[in-house]
Write a protein that binds this ligand. Structure first.
Ligand SMILES: Cc1cc2nc3c(=O)[nH]c(=O)nc-3n(C[C@H](O)[C@H](O)[C@H](O)COP(=O)(O)O)c2cc1C
Length: 346
């Protein structure tokens, strides 16, 4: 079973990740992981923190001579800014962030510990894990990409930059929609036999776990709501060269919680960043008097980066479903099992 844990505070010494369940014998280049780390830091609208951090991974365990050993892969990402011990207390919770809910839950009298872990800095660890899963999937010709569909209601690239610039000028923030697509996914990943094995529910859960994501759609998603069945279901065809195929893909490549051989298509909505340079009303947690919410160094718009993070999470979920189907110890055994399955499909 592929599983992982992450640890680390936003301004702590480092982020940590442990990935367990990657089979032995997979070639992993650290430079390939770092390429994904870089992509997560990019995008128009990022704040100053991303200019400070230059995320690079160190693999602490589970690899020898660039080959996986089948043992847990330990990953370290050092923070350049690890000022956590010196940072001031935060006492005015930001609406939209984890500040107040986390404070009440854990009984702190300072919001700092909440925001340090609730911060999306944690997603750097998951992008590293996802990069290893991408490398694994690429060996079976599965590729995952993302793109921004809209920001602040606009889908035009030039206009999007303007929308972000205007938000910055107004000391505001902006959200949007991105899409993730996985190509080359064979039919038969995931299952309808138990709810937690349904591939669509795994993707939805994974993408919704990205801080700030408030809705996830599979294929046509909300677009199904005002259509008739005859207008939306993807009719089935067969040819000797292609096998079973569809002319449309409203299902987003999943039926009954199982991949059907078409591209996996998922889209998600990211809300505007919560930290505002012109802060909203809040309450001082000590005096209980009205106050403006606190301000932290912050991004203006991160929809593009959220897409990159979602790619990583989709890779993790796909790799898990793939390993569930074809075995998970040795890459050679998995290739044999995969080859036999393809023969049966033909
Ligand atoms: C890549 C990325 C960067 C983010 N950067 C910030 C930020 O700089 N400031 C901020 O207030 N929120 C930022 N967020 C969003 C918050 O982490 C998120 O809104 C917060 O943890 C509360 O979680 P929720 O929005 O899911 O309720 C970022 C999210 C992502 C995915």
């Amino acid at each position: 079973m592929l599983r992982y844990l992450t640890a680390g505070e936003s301004h702590g010494r480092a982020l940590l990740a442990i990935l367990e369940g990657m089979p032995a014998g997979l070639g992993v280049k650290v430079s390939r992981i770092n390429q994904e780390m870089r992509r997560r830091q990019e995008g128009y609208g990022r704040g100053k923190r991303m200019q400070i951090e230059k995320d690079k991974v160190e693999i602490l365990s589970g690899l020898k001579n660039n080959l996986t050993l089948g043992s847990p892969i330990g990953i370290l990402i050092k923070n350049r800014d690890f000022s956590i011990e010196r940072l001031p207390k935060v006492i005015r919770p930001r609406p939209g962030h984890a500040d107040l809910a986390g404070l009440l839950k854990y009984g702190f009298c300072d919001i700092r510990p909440v925001l340090e872990r609730a911060s999306a800095r944690e997603t750097a660890a998951r992008v590293a894990i996802g990069a290893i899963c991408k490398i694994f999937l690429e060996g079976f010709r599965i590729r995952i990409a993302s793109r921004v569909l809209a920001i602040g209601g606009s889908s035009n690239k030039v206009q999007i930059r303007k929308v972000i610039d205007q938000a910055r000028e107004k000391k505001d923030t902006v959200g949007g929609i991105f899409q993730v697509r996985a190509k080359g996914v064979i039919p038969g990943l995931g299952s309808y036999v138990q709810p937690d094995r349904r591939l669509d529910s795994c993707f939805i859960q994974a993408i919704a776990s990205i801080p700030g994501i408030k809705a996830v759609e599979v294929g046509l998603g909300f677009g199904y709501a005002d259509k008739l069945g005859s207008q939306v279901h993807d009719a089935i065809y067969y040819s000797r060269s292609k096998g079973f195929y569809r002319k449309t893909n409203n299902a987003g490549g999943i039926e009954g919680g199982v991949s059907n051989g078409e591209d996996i298509v998922l889209s998600a909505c990211m809300k505007p960043i919560s930290t505002l340079l012109a802060p909203l009303d809040s309450v001082d947690i000590k005096t209980k008097k009205k106050a403006r919410a606190s301000i932290e160094r912050s991004d203006i718009c991160v929809v593009e980066a959220a897409g990159v993070i979602a790619e990583a999470l989709v890779a993790i979920e796909l790799a898990r479903a793939f390993l569930d189907k074809f075995g998970s110890d040795a890459l050679g055994d998995i290739k044999v099992s995969y080859g036999n399955y393809l023969k049966r499909l033909r």
